[in-house]
Write a protein that binds this ligand. Structure first.
Ligand SMILES: [Zn+2]
Length: 320
């Protein structure tokens, strides 16, 4: 589909561009299998993973990962206590069983999920409300949501499955998505889409500050910008930690050097954390096979924009 090369019947991978032939179906299977795992339906999860395995070239990294995972699930289900058949009550419902199952698995889950989303947003707002008052809590939660929606839209735009963001008080929010068979470049761009959206949100608040002169807006803008810079420290599960995976050694060193310059230029020590992380990652063993100038430029552009917004705030940052 990607390079228009003609595939041999039954081919699993394109000889020309190395794309996985069944990438889309694999994404669906991975999502389904993970859902089973979360519900501890280990046998069902194993069956779905086994189905996915048939669509992958046996020597591929993904196939290897799935084989290990199936092995792990087999061990887990062998040691897990035997649970009485959960569907017994459904069978007693006779003809209504399919209807009840459908309601239970479809609508009900959807409703529950939305409820969880709303509840977590509520707790999140309450946390900041107690610290800074209602307006700030609401404004800040919206800016976090904007950041997460950046990831979400980018994931959807690329046709990858994603779930609604869930809010965690004090920790920010996160979007879960399956990254099976997704290139390191795509993963980087999805990771950077959050801080990019965060930058746009912060810039809008800064513009509102310039129009109205209300310190509330620049307080919101600079705090949100700082949080996005923190998120771009290229370590752990932070957005930066995922995004830097596409940068080669020289690009990581360049990111570190430019971050030092930003720290001085914007008088913002947060950038030194980004620099330290990038310098550290220049010497880890997870370097990609090819450089990505675009990702590097994108990363630096977001950092520059965030630095500019933080720098706009009168020093010290107004009391919120
Ligand atoms: Zn993010």
């Amino acid at each position: 589909m990607r390079c228009h090369a003609v595939l041999a019947p039954g081919a699993l991978v394109c000889n020309h561009c190395h794309a996985l032939v069944n990438a889309e179906r694999l994404e669906q299977l991975a999502t389904a299998a993970r859902t089973h795992e979360e519900r501890h339906e280990l046998t069902a999860a194993r069956e779905v993973w086994a189905e996915a395995l048939e669509l992958l070239p046996p020597q591929s990294v993904q196939a290897e990962w799935i084989r290990n995972n199936v092995q792990r699930l087999a061990t887990a289900s062998a040691t897990a206590p035997v649970v009485p058949a959960g569907n017994a009550w459904v069978r007693r419902l006779g003809p209504f069983a399919p209807l009840v199952l459908l309601l239970a698995k479809g609508k009900f889950l959807l409703a529950l999920f939305k409820l969880k989303f709303i509840l977590s947003l509520g707790v999140f707002v309450a946390f900041y409300w107690s610290l800074y008052g209602a307006r700030f809590g609401v404004g800040f939660a919206i800016l976090i949501l904007v950041h997460e929606m950046g990831h979400f839209i980018e994931i959807k735009r690329r046709g990858l499955p994603a779930e609604m963001p869930v809010f965690l008080p004090g920790l920010g929010a996160y979007v879960r998505w399956t990254a099976l068979g997704v290139s390191v470049q795509t993963r980087s761009l999805v990771s950077l889409a959050g801080p990019m959206a965060g930058l746009i949100g912060a810039a809008v608040c800064a513009a509102l500050w310039m129009r109205s002169g209300a310190a509330f807006w620049i307080g919101l803008a600079s705090l949100s910008a700082m949080l996005n810079v923190l998120n771009l420290i290229p370590v752990w599960v932070l957005d930066g930690g995922q995004a830097i995976a596409a940068l080669d050694k020289n690009e990581r060193l360049m990111l570190a050097a430019v971050a030092v310059i930003f720290a001085a230029y914007f008088a913002q020590p947060l950038f030194l954390l980004v620099a330290a992380g990038a310098a550290y990652r220049a010497f880890t063993k997870d370097l990609p096979s090819a450089p990505s100038h675009f990702t590097t430029a994108y990363y630096l552009a977001i950092l520059a924009g965030l630095g500019y917004v933080i720098h706009m705030a009168p020093s010290p940052v107004p009391a919120m």
